[in-house]
Design a binder for this molecule. Structure first.
Ligand SMILES: [Zn+2]
Ligand SMILES: [Zn+2]
Length: 437
Protein backbone atom coordinates (compact mmCIF):
# COMPACT_ATOMS: atom_id res chain seq x y z
CA UNK A 1 0.00 0.00 0.00
CA UNK A 2 1.41 3.36 -0.87
CA UNK A 3 0.68 6.50 1.01
CA UNK A 4 1.51 10.13 0.12
CA UNK A 5 4.49 9.83 2.45
CA UNK A 6 6.02 6.96 0.61
CA UNK A 7 5.05 7.97 -2.96
CA UNK A 8 7.78 9.54 -5.08
CA UNK A 9 7.62 13.32 -4.60
CA UNK A 10 7.55 14.13 -8.29
CA UNK A 11 4.63 11.82 -9.04
CA UNK A 12 2.55 13.25 -6.22
CA UNK A 13 3.08 16.81 -7.44
CA UNK A 14 2.01 15.91 -10.95
CA UNK A 15 -1.00 13.87 -9.92
CA UNK A 16 -2.49 16.28 -7.45
CA UNK A 17 -4.04 18.95 -9.76
CA UNK A 18 -5.64 16.32 -11.98
CA UNK A 19 -7.22 14.36 -9.15
CA UNK A 20 -10.96 15.06 -8.91
CA UNK A 21 -12.27 16.38 -5.63
CA UNK A 22 -13.31 13.26 -3.83
CA UNK A 23 -17.05 12.91 -3.21
CA UNK A 24 -17.54 12.73 0.51
CA UNK A 25 -20.40 10.62 1.67
CA UNK A 26 -21.96 11.66 4.90
CA UNK A 27 -21.46 8.93 7.42
CA UNK A 28 -24.77 7.12 7.79
CA UNK A 29 -26.82 8.12 10.83
CA UNK A 30 -26.86 5.69 13.66
CA UNK A 31 -30.25 4.34 14.69
CA UNK A 32 -30.03 6.48 17.80
CA UNK A 33 -29.36 9.67 15.80
CA UNK A 34 -32.13 8.88 13.35
CA UNK A 35 -34.61 8.45 16.19
CA UNK A 36 -33.50 11.71 17.76
CA UNK A 37 -33.83 13.62 14.52
CA UNK A 38 -37.28 12.20 13.86
CA UNK A 39 -38.43 13.09 17.38
CA UNK A 40 -37.21 16.67 16.89
CA UNK A 41 -39.07 16.93 13.56
CA UNK A 42 -42.16 15.38 15.11
CA UNK A 43 -42.06 18.00 17.87
CA UNK A 44 -42.28 20.74 15.26
CA UNK A 45 -45.64 19.33 14.13
CA UNK A 46 -47.15 19.67 17.60
CA UNK A 47 -48.85 23.00 17.25
CA UNK A 48 -52.17 24.34 16.11
CA UNK A 49 -50.90 25.59 12.75
CA UNK A 50 -49.55 22.17 11.74
CA UNK A 51 -52.84 20.56 12.70
CA UNK A 52 -54.79 23.05 10.60
CA UNK A 53 -52.44 22.46 7.66
CA UNK A 54 -52.92 18.70 8.02
CA UNK A 55 -56.71 19.13 7.99
CA UNK A 56 -56.47 21.26 4.85
CA UNK A 57 -54.18 18.77 3.05
CA UNK A 58 -56.43 15.86 4.02
CA UNK A 59 -59.46 17.82 2.72
CA UNK A 60 -61.19 17.70 6.11
CA UNK A 61 -62.26 21.36 6.11
CA UNK A 62 -65.61 22.02 4.45
CA UNK A 63 -67.91 25.05 4.49
CA UNK A 64 -70.35 23.07 6.67
CA UNK A 65 -67.81 21.97 9.25
CA UNK A 66 -64.96 19.57 9.83
CA UNK A 67 -64.97 15.95 8.69
CA UNK A 68 -63.56 13.92 11.57
CA UNK A 69 -60.28 12.36 10.37
CA UNK A 70 -61.17 9.09 12.15
CA UNK A 71 -64.93 8.52 12.00
CA UNK A 72 -65.57 10.77 8.99
CA UNK A 73 -68.62 12.38 10.61
CA UNK A 74 -69.31 16.01 9.70
CA UNK A 75 -68.83 18.03 12.86
CA UNK A 76 -70.28 21.51 13.10
CA UNK A 77 -68.83 24.48 14.90
CA UNK A 78 -67.79 23.73 18.47
CA UNK A 79 -67.89 19.93 18.02
CA UNK A 80 -64.33 19.73 16.75
CA UNK A 81 -61.48 21.46 18.55
CA UNK A 82 -57.78 21.98 18.01
CA UNK A 83 -55.59 22.60 21.01
CA UNK A 84 -52.49 24.80 21.11
CA UNK A 85 -50.31 21.67 21.33
CA UNK A 86 -51.71 20.55 17.97
CA UNK A 87 -53.97 17.85 19.38
CA UNK A 88 -57.50 17.63 17.97
CA UNK A 89 -60.68 16.14 19.34
CA UNK A 90 -64.05 15.14 17.96
CA UNK A 91 -66.21 16.17 20.90
CA UNK A 92 -69.21 14.23 19.61
CA UNK A 93 -67.72 10.77 19.26
CA UNK A 94 -64.56 11.13 21.30
CA UNK A 95 -62.07 10.54 18.45
CA UNK A 96 -58.78 12.36 18.91
CA UNK A 97 -55.28 12.59 17.53
CA UNK A 98 -52.60 14.93 16.28
CA UNK A 99 -51.60 16.53 12.98
CA UNK A 100 -49.60 13.49 11.85
CA UNK A 101 -52.51 11.14 12.54
CA UNK A 102 -54.73 13.28 10.29
CA UNK A 103 -52.36 12.68 7.37
CA UNK A 104 -51.81 9.00 8.22
CA UNK A 105 -55.58 8.49 8.03
CA UNK A 106 -55.41 10.21 4.62
CA UNK A 107 -52.91 7.56 3.46
CA UNK A 108 -49.66 9.49 3.89
CA UNK A 109 -46.67 7.60 5.33
CA UNK A 110 -45.55 8.82 8.75
CA UNK A 111 -42.18 10.18 7.63
CA UNK A 112 -43.73 12.13 4.76
CA UNK A 113 -46.50 13.42 7.01
CA UNK A 114 -43.92 14.90 9.36
CA UNK A 115 -41.85 16.30 6.48
CA UNK A 116 -44.75 18.02 4.71
CA UNK A 117 -45.94 19.61 7.95
CA UNK A 118 -42.56 21.17 8.65
CA UNK A 119 -41.98 22.24 5.06
CA UNK A 120 -39.38 19.63 4.05
CA UNK A 121 -39.45 17.79 0.72
CA UNK A 122 -41.32 14.50 0.82
CA UNK A 123 -40.35 11.15 -0.75
CA UNK A 124 -43.68 10.93 -2.60
CA UNK A 125 -45.41 14.09 -3.77
CA UNK A 126 -48.17 15.44 -1.51
CA UNK A 127 -50.56 17.99 -2.86
CA UNK A 128 -50.95 21.05 -0.67
CA UNK A 129 -54.16 22.85 -1.65
CA UNK A 130 -53.46 26.37 -2.86
CA UNK A 131 -56.00 27.76 -0.43
CA UNK A 132 -54.65 25.72 2.50
CA UNK A 133 -53.84 28.83 4.47
CA UNK A 134 -57.26 30.33 3.83
CA UNK A 135 -59.02 27.06 4.62
CA UNK A 136 -57.04 26.70 7.80
CA UNK A 137 -57.71 30.28 8.84
CA UNK A 138 -61.43 29.88 8.17
CA UNK A 139 -61.52 27.04 10.63
CA UNK A 140 -63.48 28.13 13.64
CA UNK A 141 -63.36 27.20 17.26
CA UNK A 142 -59.64 27.25 17.97
CA UNK A 143 -58.85 30.90 18.40
CA UNK A 144 -61.52 31.53 21.01
CA UNK A 145 -60.17 28.63 23.05
CA UNK A 146 -56.63 29.96 22.81
CA UNK A 147 -57.83 33.44 23.63
CA UNK A 148 -59.64 32.20 26.70
CA UNK A 149 -56.59 30.25 27.87
CA UNK A 150 -54.32 33.23 27.26
CA UNK A 151 -56.71 35.62 29.05
CA UNK A 152 -56.87 33.34 32.06
CA UNK A 153 -53.10 32.86 31.94
CA UNK A 154 -52.59 36.63 32.06
CA UNK A 155 -54.97 37.08 34.99
CA UNK A 156 -53.58 34.19 37.00
CA UNK A 157 -50.04 35.44 36.47
CA UNK A 158 -51.09 38.95 37.50
CA UNK A 159 -52.88 37.71 40.60
CA UNK A 160 -49.96 35.52 41.67
CA UNK A 161 -47.39 38.29 41.28
CA UNK A 162 -49.17 40.91 43.35
CA UNK A 163 -50.91 42.55 40.43
CA UNK A 164 -54.23 43.04 42.23
CA UNK A 165 -52.60 45.24 44.86
CA UNK A 166 -50.67 47.06 42.13
CA UNK A 167 -53.91 47.71 40.22
CA UNK A 168 -55.47 49.04 43.44
CA UNK A 169 -52.53 51.44 43.80
CA UNK A 170 -52.82 52.48 40.16
CA UNK A 171 -56.54 53.29 40.32
CA UNK A 172 -56.14 54.62 43.84
CA UNK A 173 -54.45 57.61 42.22
CA UNK A 174 -57.98 58.77 41.39
CA UNK A 175 -59.32 57.79 44.83
CA UNK A 176 -60.96 54.70 43.38
CA UNK A 177 -61.62 52.21 46.16
CA UNK A 178 -59.56 49.00 46.41
CA UNK A 179 -62.80 47.01 46.73
CA UNK A 180 -64.08 48.28 43.39
CA UNK A 181 -60.80 47.25 41.74
CA UNK A 182 -60.85 43.77 43.27
CA UNK A 183 -64.48 43.28 42.28
CA UNK A 184 -63.70 44.22 38.66
CA UNK A 185 -60.95 41.60 38.31
CA UNK A 186 -58.38 44.13 37.07
CA UNK A 187 -54.70 43.30 37.51
CA UNK A 188 -51.46 45.09 36.84
CA UNK A 189 -48.48 43.19 35.50
CA UNK A 190 -45.67 44.39 37.72
CA UNK A 191 -42.72 42.61 36.08
CA UNK A 192 -43.58 42.84 32.41
CA UNK A 193 -40.31 41.37 31.11
CA UNK A 194 -40.53 38.30 33.28
CA UNK A 195 -44.21 38.06 32.36
CA UNK A 196 -43.50 38.12 28.62
CA UNK A 197 -40.91 35.37 28.99
CA UNK A 198 -43.18 33.18 31.09
CA UNK A 199 -46.28 33.55 28.93
CA UNK A 200 -44.20 32.84 25.82
CA UNK A 201 -42.89 29.68 27.42
CA UNK A 202 -46.42 28.63 28.38
CA UNK A 203 -48.29 29.25 25.11
CA UNK A 204 -45.65 29.56 22.41
CA UNK A 205 -45.02 32.25 19.88
CA UNK A 206 -47.64 31.20 17.40
CA UNK A 207 -50.62 31.13 19.73
CA UNK A 208 -49.67 34.48 21.21
CA UNK A 209 -49.20 36.06 17.78
CA UNK A 210 -52.51 34.62 16.59
CA UNK A 211 -54.46 36.22 19.43
CA UNK A 212 -52.52 39.47 19.31
CA UNK A 213 -50.92 39.52 22.76
CA UNK A 214 -47.61 39.50 20.89
CA UNK A 215 -46.84 41.31 17.68
CA UNK A 216 -43.84 41.03 15.41
CA UNK A 217 -42.22 44.29 14.44
CA UNK A 218 -40.70 44.88 11.01
CA UNK A 219 -37.27 44.25 12.51
CA UNK A 220 -38.42 40.72 13.28
CA UNK A 221 -38.52 41.23 17.04
CA UNK A 222 -41.40 39.99 19.13
CA UNK A 223 -43.25 42.52 21.26
CA UNK A 224 -45.67 41.83 24.05
CA UNK A 225 -48.68 44.19 24.26
CA UNK A 226 -48.49 44.05 28.02
CA UNK A 227 -45.36 46.05 28.74
CA UNK A 228 -44.27 48.88 30.99
CA UNK A 229 -46.33 51.30 28.91
CA UNK A 230 -49.51 49.23 29.15
CA UNK A 231 -49.33 47.29 32.37
CA UNK A 232 -52.95 47.40 33.56
CA UNK A 233 -55.34 44.74 32.32
CA UNK A 234 -59.09 45.41 32.34
CA UNK A 235 -61.12 42.26 31.80
CA UNK A 236 -64.59 41.90 30.30
CA UNK A 237 -66.11 39.04 32.25
CA UNK A 238 -69.00 36.72 31.68
CA UNK A 239 -71.87 37.82 33.95
CA UNK A 240 -72.51 34.33 35.31
CA UNK A 241 -69.31 32.29 35.05
CA UNK A 242 -66.97 35.23 35.58
CA UNK A 243 -64.77 33.91 32.73
CA UNK A 244 -62.71 36.49 30.91
CA UNK A 245 -64.17 37.04 27.44
CA UNK A 246 -62.15 40.04 26.34
CA UNK A 247 -59.27 42.05 27.62
CA UNK A 248 -58.15 45.58 27.17
CA UNK A 249 -55.19 47.52 28.44
CA UNK A 250 -54.99 51.03 29.70
CA UNK A 251 -52.26 53.52 29.03
CA UNK A 252 -49.72 53.73 31.81
CA UNK A 253 -49.99 56.22 34.63
CA UNK A 254 -47.16 58.34 33.22
CA UNK A 255 -48.88 58.37 29.87
CA UNK A 256 -52.16 59.38 31.43
CA UNK A 257 -50.43 62.22 33.28
CA UNK A 258 -49.14 63.49 29.94
CA UNK A 259 -52.68 63.33 28.59
CA UNK A 260 -53.95 65.34 31.58
CA UNK A 261 -51.23 67.92 31.05
CA UNK A 262 -52.44 68.23 27.50
CA UNK A 263 -56.05 68.50 28.64
CA UNK A 264 -55.05 71.29 31.01
CA UNK A 265 -53.37 73.10 28.13
CA UNK A 266 -49.81 72.66 29.41
CA UNK A 267 -48.63 70.22 26.85
CA UNK A 268 -48.97 70.26 23.10
CA UNK A 269 -48.50 66.56 22.50
CA UNK A 270 -51.71 64.78 23.32
CA UNK A 271 -50.11 61.43 23.98
CA UNK A 272 -52.56 58.65 24.28
CA UNK A 273 -55.20 57.79 26.77
CA UNK A 274 -56.26 55.20 24.31
CA UNK A 275 -57.27 51.78 25.39
CA UNK A 276 -55.79 48.91 23.45
CA UNK A 277 -57.30 45.48 23.14
CA UNK A 278 -56.28 42.06 22.00
CA UNK A 279 -57.17 41.68 18.38
CA UNK A 280 -58.72 38.43 17.33
CA UNK A 281 -61.50 38.45 19.87
CA UNK A 282 -64.89 38.58 18.20
CA UNK A 283 -66.99 41.73 18.63
CA UNK A 284 -69.46 39.68 20.66
CA UNK A 285 -66.72 39.15 23.27
CA UNK A 286 -66.76 42.85 24.07
CA UNK A 287 -69.50 42.37 26.61
CA UNK A 288 -68.48 45.32 28.76
CA UNK A 289 -67.18 45.48 32.31
CA UNK A 290 -68.78 45.07 35.71
CA UNK A 291 -71.29 42.44 34.62
CA UNK A 292 -70.85 39.78 37.33
CA UNK A 293 -72.14 42.32 39.84
CA UNK A 294 -75.02 43.55 37.63
CA UNK A 295 -76.09 39.93 37.31
CA UNK A 296 -76.45 39.69 41.11
CA UNK A 297 -78.58 42.82 41.53
CA UNK A 298 -82.26 42.62 42.48
CA UNK A 299 -84.59 43.43 39.57
CA UNK A 300 -85.50 47.09 39.22
CA UNK A 301 -82.10 48.44 40.33
CA UNK A 302 -80.71 51.68 38.88
CA UNK A 303 -77.76 50.88 36.62
CA UNK A 304 -75.54 53.50 35.00
CA UNK A 305 -73.88 52.79 31.68
CA UNK A 306 -70.58 54.63 31.50
CA UNK A 307 -67.82 55.00 28.98
CA UNK A 308 -64.73 53.13 30.06
CA UNK A 309 -63.48 50.96 32.85
CA UNK A 310 -62.11 53.69 35.10
CA UNK A 311 -65.43 55.57 35.19
CA UNK A 312 -67.18 52.30 35.98
CA UNK A 313 -64.81 51.86 38.95
CA UNK A 314 -65.23 55.49 40.04
CA UNK A 315 -69.02 55.12 40.00
CA UNK A 316 -68.77 51.88 42.00
CA UNK A 317 -66.57 53.70 44.51
CA UNK A 318 -69.31 56.31 44.82
CA UNK A 319 -71.88 53.59 45.53
CA UNK A 320 -73.60 53.51 42.12
CA UNK A 321 -74.29 50.34 40.18
CA UNK A 322 -72.36 50.70 36.96
CA UNK A 323 -71.72 48.92 33.70
CA UNK A 324 -68.78 50.02 31.56
CA UNK A 325 -68.54 49.93 27.78
CA UNK A 326 -65.07 50.24 26.21
CA UNK A 327 -66.12 53.01 23.84
CA UNK A 328 -69.12 55.11 22.87
CA UNK A 329 -69.53 53.22 19.59
CA UNK A 330 -69.81 49.80 21.23
CA UNK A 331 -73.25 48.23 21.61
CA UNK A 332 -73.74 45.45 24.16
CA UNK A 333 -74.66 42.04 22.70
CA UNK A 334 -78.29 40.91 22.86
CA UNK A 335 -77.71 38.55 25.80
CA UNK A 336 -76.44 41.50 27.84
CA UNK A 337 -79.49 43.56 26.84
CA UNK A 338 -81.66 40.80 28.33
CA UNK A 339 -79.74 41.15 31.57
CA UNK A 340 -80.07 44.95 31.52
CA UNK A 341 -83.79 44.71 30.75
CA UNK A 342 -84.41 43.80 34.41
CA UNK A 343 -83.20 47.22 35.55
CA UNK A 344 -83.64 50.97 35.12
CA UNK A 345 -80.78 51.98 32.88
CA UNK A 346 -79.24 55.45 32.60
CA UNK A 347 -76.86 56.09 29.74
CA UNK A 348 -74.30 58.64 30.88
CA UNK A 349 -71.50 58.96 28.36
CA UNK A 350 -68.89 61.72 28.46
CA UNK A 351 -70.44 65.13 27.84
CA UNK A 352 -68.44 65.69 24.64
CA UNK A 353 -69.55 65.38 21.05
CA UNK A 354 -68.50 61.75 20.70
CA UNK A 355 -70.35 60.91 23.92
CA UNK A 356 -73.53 62.59 22.71
CA UNK A 357 -73.30 60.81 19.37
CA UNK A 358 -72.85 57.46 21.09
CA UNK A 359 -75.78 58.10 23.39
CA UNK A 360 -78.28 59.68 21.00
CA UNK A 361 -77.03 58.54 17.61
CA UNK A 362 -77.01 60.67 14.50
CA UNK A 363 -80.35 61.64 12.94
CA UNK A 364 -81.20 63.73 9.90
CA UNK A 365 -84.49 65.26 8.88
CA UNK A 366 -85.39 64.27 5.33
CA UNK A 367 -87.05 66.65 2.82
CA UNK A 368 -90.51 65.32 3.67
CA UNK A 369 -89.89 66.12 7.33
CA UNK A 370 -89.40 62.54 8.52
CA UNK A 371 -86.47 61.71 10.75
CA UNK A 372 -83.82 59.42 9.30
CA UNK A 373 -81.50 57.52 11.63
CA UNK A 374 -77.96 57.69 10.29
CA UNK A 375 -76.35 55.95 13.25
CA UNK A 376 -78.40 54.41 16.00
CA UNK A 377 -77.54 55.71 19.44
CA UNK A 378 -77.14 53.44 22.45
CA UNK A 379 -80.37 54.60 24.08
CA UNK A 380 -82.48 53.70 21.02
CA UNK A 381 -80.55 50.47 20.55
CA UNK A 382 -81.25 49.42 24.14
CA UNK A 383 -84.93 50.36 23.91
CA UNK A 384 -85.23 48.33 20.71
CA UNK A 385 -83.91 45.39 22.76
CA UNK A 386 -86.45 45.80 25.53
CA UNK A 387 -84.32 47.81 27.96
CA UNK A 388 -85.86 50.68 29.91
CA UNK A 389 -83.05 53.10 29.03
CA UNK A 390 -82.82 56.88 29.42
CA UNK A 391 -80.10 59.38 28.67
CA UNK A 392 -78.93 61.10 31.83
CA UNK A 393 -75.89 63.04 32.93
CA UNK A 394 -74.25 62.23 36.25
CA UNK A 395 -73.25 65.87 36.71
CA UNK A 396 -73.00 68.43 33.90
CA UNK A 397 -69.57 68.49 32.30
CA UNK A 398 -68.04 65.88 34.61
CA UNK A 399 -67.42 62.19 34.17
CA UNK A 400 -67.61 59.72 37.06
CA UNK A 401 -63.87 59.96 37.77
CA UNK A 402 -64.03 63.80 37.79
CA UNK A 403 -66.85 63.66 40.30
CA UNK A 404 -64.96 61.27 42.57
CA UNK A 405 -61.73 63.27 42.46
CA UNK A 406 -63.61 66.55 42.94
CA UNK A 407 -65.11 65.21 46.18
CA UNK A 408 -61.58 64.76 47.53
CA UNK A 409 -60.15 67.89 45.94
CA UNK A 410 -62.91 70.03 47.48
CA UNK A 411 -62.64 68.39 50.88
CA UNK A 412 -66.21 67.05 50.78
CA UNK A 413 -65.01 63.48 51.13
CA UNK A 414 -62.75 63.81 54.16
CA UNK A 415 -63.37 67.28 55.62
CA UNK A 416 -60.28 68.95 54.20
CA UNK A 417 -59.01 69.39 50.62
CA UNK A 418 -56.77 66.49 49.57
CA UNK A 419 -53.18 67.38 48.68
CA UNK A 420 -52.45 64.46 46.35
CA UNK A 421 -51.13 65.26 42.84
CA UNK A 422 -54.42 64.29 41.13
CA UNK A 423 -56.48 66.60 43.37
CA UNK A 424 -53.95 69.43 43.13
CA UNK A 425 -54.00 69.15 39.36
CA UNK A 426 -57.78 69.17 39.28
CA UNK A 427 -58.02 72.30 41.43
CA UNK A 428 -55.59 74.02 39.07
CA UNK A 429 -57.26 72.88 35.84
CA UNK A 430 -60.90 73.37 36.88
CA UNK A 431 -60.99 76.29 39.35
CA UNK A 432 -64.70 76.85 38.49
CA UNK A 433 -65.58 73.58 40.26
CA UNK A 434 -64.03 74.83 43.49
CA UNK A 435 -65.09 78.48 43.49
CA UNK A 436 -66.35 79.54 46.89
CA UNK A 437 -64.53 76.66 48.67
ZN1 LIG B 1 -64.83 11.15 15.04
ZN1 LIG C 1 -56.55 63.47 46.22
Amino acid sequence: MSSPDTAPTGAAEQAQPARPTPYRRRPPLSDEERKERFAADMDKTRNEQACRLALAIAKRITPEGILCPKCNELLTKGRFKIHPDGGWKDHKNGCHGDAVSVLQAFGVRTGDAVRVLIGKPTSTPIEIPEDAAALAAAFVGTKSKILRDVFNGVLIYGQKTGGVQAAQDFYGTWHISPEAVTESGAVMITDTRQFAARILERFGEEALLSCGLFTRASNGKLYCLINDRFPVVEPHRHPVSGDVLYMQFRASHAQYQRYLEHKAGNREYKGSEKIISLRGAPKSAQVGTGLPRIEQLPAGSDVWILEGFKDMLAARTGGLEAYGLPGVGIKPPEKICQLLARHNVFVAFDGDEAGARGRDGVKQVAEDGTEVVVTEGLVDYLRRHGVNAQPRELFPGMDATDILVARYASGKATGSPCGCPTCTRMRASHPQWFAGG
